[in-house]
Design a protein around this ligand. Structure first.
Ligand code: KG4
Length: 369
């Protein structure tokens, strides 16, 4: 069964055709990053307009030479004016092709990304059917989400931990902005940190806070404190560190190459320290979550799952817990239509006439049927 997946929840206009939930036959992603760069973050109105301009071309390119048996679309969570564009395009297409429409949750789709492949050599091509693997623990970690999800079986989801404020990707992006590295910041911080740690492996890092929520705060979310993170304190600690070291961002300091970016060594040191605080926060909550169940796999998805240090540290955490780590192929870590199309083979958050009537749902909860 070939499903066309459409994704416009944030700043990527994306469409893909996936066969039987796993094999990616086409995958087209148009990223709007350059449009948002001057503003240092995603501007919903600009995102919406760019989706409108690109959606026909992106969907047309993805469908070229493919037959389609159903159309799947992200209808939440995400930015309302962005979601609406993909949802309306999907409704029109499903109607005109006379095929069913399936509404999909963006976060759940990220957790399906380790199962999709576009080459028989991919690790994902060798994995068992996701319906045979559970129970699984998932972590969707991106610019908009940082959430640990218990998946007792394929298609069943329960949030067991999450960020109480910023998502990890947002924490990376805000730090990059503060340090003058531009937007988005995740990949730059990743590369600068890796280069710094290779050159100065024994240099102690700045002891930034590791994302522990304040006592009592998690009671509001009703989730166990040991599975929740808060990155707002980390962000403030970075700001304070910059204020207390006025020379840090001075233009007069000599810059050096760190991972392809020209920055003063003192800035690279702060960048590596900040990244480590985020990575250790994620590792710590993952360790605690793995202890709570007898999981047969840990699935990792979302833009931040591309981070080399996140991957390395979580590989160790999973190996110590004797739980296989399933990670998305790098091209499928960020937002894409293939994860949406793939998941729709196994799961329908909303389908049939209900899907055709569905509205965009910016705060869509994980696990709804
Ligand atoms: O999944 P994604 O494309 O969009 C959302 O659904 O949010 O994730 C984008 C986020 C951005 O915050 C970006 O800075 C971050 O992922 N990111 C990274 C890396 N590559 C992208 N963060 C850390 N390390 C990376 N290598």
């Amino acid at each position: 069964m070939n499903i066309l997946g459409i994704e416009t929840s944030c700043d990527e206009t994306a469409a893909a055709v996936v066969k039987d939930g796993r094999e990616v036959l086409s995958n087209v992603v148009y990223t709007q990053i350059p449009l948002h760069q001057p503003y240092g973050g995603v501007v919903p109105e600009i995102a919406s307009r760019a989706h409108i301009e690109k959606i026909s071309q992106v969907v047309g390119d993805a469908m070229k030479g493919q037959s389609v048996d159903a159309v799947a679309v992200t209808y939440g969570p995400g930015l309302a004016p962005a979601l609406i564009v993909g949802l309306n395009a999907a409704k029109g297409l499903a109607k005109s092709l006379g095929v069913p429409l399936i509404g999909i949750n963006h976060i759940e789709a990220h957790l399906h990304s380790p199962f999709i492949y576009d080459s028989p050599d991919d690790a994902a091509a060798k994995l068992a059917d996701p319906r045979e693997i559970g129970p699984m623990l998932g972590l969707a970690v991106s610019g908009g989400n940082t959430v640990w999800i218990d998946m007792p079986e394929c298609g069943k989801y329960e949030v067991i931990g999450e960020t109480l404020d910023d998502a990890a990707g947002e924490a990376f992006d805000k730090a990059a902005k503060l340090l003058g590295l531009g937007y988005p910041g995740g990949l730059k911080i990743d590369r600068i940190s890796a280069a710094y740690r290779e050159r100065f492996p024994n240099e102690p890092l700045v002891p930034f806070p590791k994302g522990r929520p304040r006592d009592g705060v998690t009671a509001l979310a009703g989730l166990p404190a040991e599975l929740c993170v808060s990155f707002s304190g980390l962000k403030t600690a970075l700001l304070r560190h910059v204020q207390q070291n006025p020379g840090l961002l001075s233009q007069d300091v000599e810059k050096e190459d760190f991972g392809g970016y020209s920055v003063p060594p003192a800035v690279a040191h702060v960048v590596a320290s900040y990244q480590e605080a985020i990575v250790q926060a994620i590792a710590d909550r993952t360790r605690a979550a793995l202890r709570r169940g007898s999981y047969r796999a840990f699935v990792l998805g979302g833009g931040v799952s591309l981070n080399s240090r996140v991957r390395a540290v979580l590989t160790k955490v999973c190996s110590a817990a004797h739980v296989p780590l399933l990670m998305a192929k790098p091209k499928f870590t960020g937002d894409n239509g293939a994860m949406v199309a793939g998941l729709a083979f196994y799961r329908r958050n909303v389908s049939g006439d209900a899907a055709l009537r569905a509205d965009a749902s910016p705060s869509l909860q994980v696990g709804l049927t």
